[in-house]
Design a protein around this ligand. Structure first.
Ligand SMILES: *Cc1c(COP(=O)(O)O)cnc(C)c1O
Length: 493
């Protein structure tokens, strides 16, 4: 019997393997260095398998007889993209791990049009002089925020007193764009409260996924956090008592991803606005999602909108570009012109600003809002899709699977369920949907979900109570056919 040392000796050297006729054509096509790297990786894997005792003489000679295809596979893997499109069948519309909002077609085209050529990103075509990159989207935000029927706070729409100061029309509102909302909060706090205190309710000291914690961002901004109230109850008097000569800002944070219920109290925005006015302090609201359209049209009543917040007198709001807005990753700060101007001249802004691709995508997304073409924005289209329409699509998928071979071992049912808005919208922000429930005799739900994830393209599903659940709300209708084929291939063994 051969010893491990004998087995090692059977392995070719990297040079020999590169010159192998089955491999040398690969070097011509994909380059010498990528091919040599792949040879090294393949040989290293064999060496470690010999060391672990997984390869005897017979298995090794089998592996050696087909070394060139192992090298081909390794080169393909190394030279293929790691970032890939996936099919999101989780029903979570703004899924942070799955890249949040898919972009509108116009946004993609505008990126393509401008990315490969020079553009007037910071160039004023009229004067021929240096311009500001903000102008490309600021003009659209002004227009949108001047309109009177987008994203109002429902309670205020219902007739409650709405203070008229200090922001009256969108024309007085400026908007700047930074890398994400975390950066927006950092920039705003640093500009408005560095070296002083910012007052926040204890019930709003939130952590958003990916370790964005309000107290930590506050510390990095150079502002001191002044907590008031308790976890469940904070009154306007708590804010007022905390105001002193060091106070620079009142901050309200939207409780994006959790709810406090039961014995709770929170001052209204109207009360906070009045308090800020009385003490001549700026009031900022970190909205998180920051809808630019009226969510009540899809039955969601408790998400504050950007315009609603500004209309009720909040001086500055911050929100994400890739949450309810449905655009690219970005952080937006909209608010009173003088305050936003200060943020623009803060050197942090230079470090946090976004590139031409983001401006292109954002400009196109905002134009869809200006044209009221909400269906052009995939996230909004998904939100508006009815449960019946989803049920019809799901029934078609069900039929195709059940008529296929091997179908008897697979159970496909349609059941009622809920889609989630996600992306830091209230946990109660759910939409009724119809789910495809799949169970398979030979596979556990987790095994099936793993198979679906390793398909091409990867199909991401939910696993609940031993079943694989698919929600077609977040699947583009044009993907239904591919999704069906993936299910047929993997669930009907
Ligand atoms: C999501 C969210 C953030 C972070 O926004 P990103 O764009 O992910 O950086 C901050 N604050 C609130 C309230 C949020 O919901």
């Amino acid at each position: 019997m051969k010893t491990q040392a004998d087995l090692y000796r059977e392995l070719p050297s990297v040079d020999e393997l590169v010159r192998d006729p089955g491999v040398s054509d690969l070097a011509d096509r994909e380059g010498q260095s990528a091919t040599a790297d792949a040879c090294r990786t393949v040989l290293a894997k064999l060496r470690s398998e010999i060391a672990a005792g997984h390869l005897d003489e017979a298995k090794l000679s089998l592996a050696l007889s087909d070394l060139s295809s192992a090298v081909h596979a390794e080169v393909n893997h190394a030279l293929s993209y790691s970032l890939r499109p996936v099919i999101n069948a989780t029903g979570v519309i703004l899924h942070t791990n799955l890249a949040r909002a898919p972009l509108a077609q116009d946004a993609i085209e505008h990126i393509c049009d401008t990315a490969g050529e020079y553009s007037n990103l910071e160039f004023d075509l009229e004067s021929g002089e240096r311009g500001k990159r903000d102008v490309h989207v600021d003009r659209l935000f002004r227009k949108l925020l001047a309109e009177d029927n987008v994203g109002l706070r429902p309670t205020e729409r219902a007739g409650a007193a709405v203070p008229t100061q200090p922001v009256k029309t969108g024309a007085e509102i400026s908007t700047i764009v930074v890398n994400n909302n975390a950066a927006a909060v950092l920039l705003a706090l640093n500009t408005l409260a560095e070296g002083g205190e910012a007052i926040v309710s204890r019930g709003e000291l939130v952590e958003i996924g990916g370790s964005f914690r309000i107290p930590d961002v506050m510390a990095k901004s150079g502002a001191t956090l002044r907590e008031v109230g308790t976890t469940n109850r904070t009154r306007i008097g708590d804010y007022e008592r905390a105001i002193n000569e060091h106070t620079k800002l009142l901050l309200r944070v939207h409780r994006s991803n959790f709810e406090i219920s039961g014995f709770t109290e929170q001052p209204s925005i109207t009360e906070l606005v009045a308090l800020a006015h009385k003490h001549k302090l700026p009031l900022m609201e970190d909205l998180g999602s920051g809808a630019l359209f009226d969510l009540r049209t899809v039955g969601i009543n408790d998400e504050p909108g950007v315009l609603g917040s500004l209309r009720s007198g909040v001086h500055v709001v911050s929100y994400s570009g890739d949450k309810l807005l449905g655009g690219p990753q970005a952080g937006l700060i909209s608010g009173r012109e003088d305050l936003v101007k200060k943020m623009r001249s803060n050197s942090l802004f230079r470090a946090l600003r976004v590139d031409k691709l983001t401006y292109a995508a954002l400009e196109a997304t905002l134009l869809a809002y200006v044209k009221r073409d909400y269906n052009a924005i995939p996230a909004l289209r998904m939100m508006q899709m009815s449960k019946e329409e989803i049920a019809r699509r799901a029934a078609t998928v069900q039929q195709k699977i059940q008529s296929g071979e091997g179908a008897p071992s697979t159970r496909v049912e349609l059941i009622d369920g809920e889609s989630l808005i996600g992306g830091g919208s209230a946990p109660s922000a759910v939409l009724p949907t119809t789910l495809l429930s799949i169970s398979c005799e030979q596979l556990s739900a987790n095994e099936l979900a793993t198979r679906l994830r390793s398909s091409d393209p990867p199909l991401i599903a939910r696993v609940e109570e031993g079943r694989v659940l698919l929600d077609l709300r977040t699947v583009f209708p044009a993907q239904d056919e591919v999704l069906t084929q993936i299910l047929v291939r993997n669930a009907t063994v």
